[in-house]
Design a protein around this ligand. Structure first.
Ligand code: MG
Length: 220
């Protein structure tokens, strides 16, 4: 999947104004940062398994980038040299749960970090992507286009994303940043097929299934 083993996975939220607005958020606010665990990653051809009894699960197509070197307090002009590769990603989100968590002011982990919540395509060397801030994103759900956008609509460009995250975290070679989604997010259901494409990065295809119900629901 990658030339470097993946280390930490950082995610940028609300990085496209139209998407921030469609979820009722202020597009002038700074984009936010959250994380996903390594267990969230699935590869091309894999299956998103929606956790049992978790409400709606939304698709979010995103550009992923991987760090080729350690980075801290990176100036945006120095960010290109830190990026080793790009890929197509899907930030799968349990939207109903996330909305409940937002209301409570709780962290988003159970809505964002479940196993298979990060389908990730093959990484393409950064040397093959001359303008990462001019890449078209296209997501098809069962053959119908549901999300379209361009990385030139980002509030923080891919290079600015590296600089921004590096203000808070010591980035390491292998770390991945997913850079936010354009407008058009919506629900997926068991049996669906998602085809996510970004210019120059190919197509990531995944299926959707539901987790089997537990024999006895042990949750509080
Ligand atoms: Mg996202």
């Amino acid at each position: 999947m990658s030339t470097l083993p993946i280390r930490n996975i950082y995610c940028i939220g609300r990085n496209y104004a139209a998407h921030a607005r469609e979820l009722g958020n202020d597009p002038s606010a700074k984009p936010l940062i959250f994380m996903k665990p390594l267990s969230a990653v699935i590869s091309d051809g894999g299956t998103i398994v929606i956790p049992h009894d978790s409400g709606s699960c939304h698709h979010e197509i995103e550009l992923a980038l991987q760090l080729g070197e350690d980075a801290r307090f990176v100036h945006v002009d120095d960010a290109p040299a830190c990026i080793s590769a790009y890929a197509v990603a899907l930030d799968m989100t349990l939207r109903d749960l996330q909305n409940d968590l937002k209301k409570k002011g709780w962290p988003w982990d159970i809505a964002k970090a479940f196993e298979s919540s990060l389908p990730l395509g093959s990484f393409v060397p950064a040397s093959e992507i001359s303008k990462p801030s001019e890449l078209d994103l296209n997501l098809k759900l069962n053959g119908r286009v549901v999300q379209e956008g361009c990385t030139n609509q980002m509030i923080l460009s891919p290079y600015h994303c590296v600089s921004y995250v590096s203000q808070y975290f010591q980035l390491r070679a292998g770390d991945v940043i997913i850079t936010g989604t354009p407008a058009g997010v919506g629900p997926v259901h068991p049996g669906d097929k998602l085809e996510a494409s970004i210019s120059g990065l190919g197509t990531l295809t995944v299926g959707v299934a539901a987790e089997a119900a537990p024999a006895l629901d042990s949750r509080p």
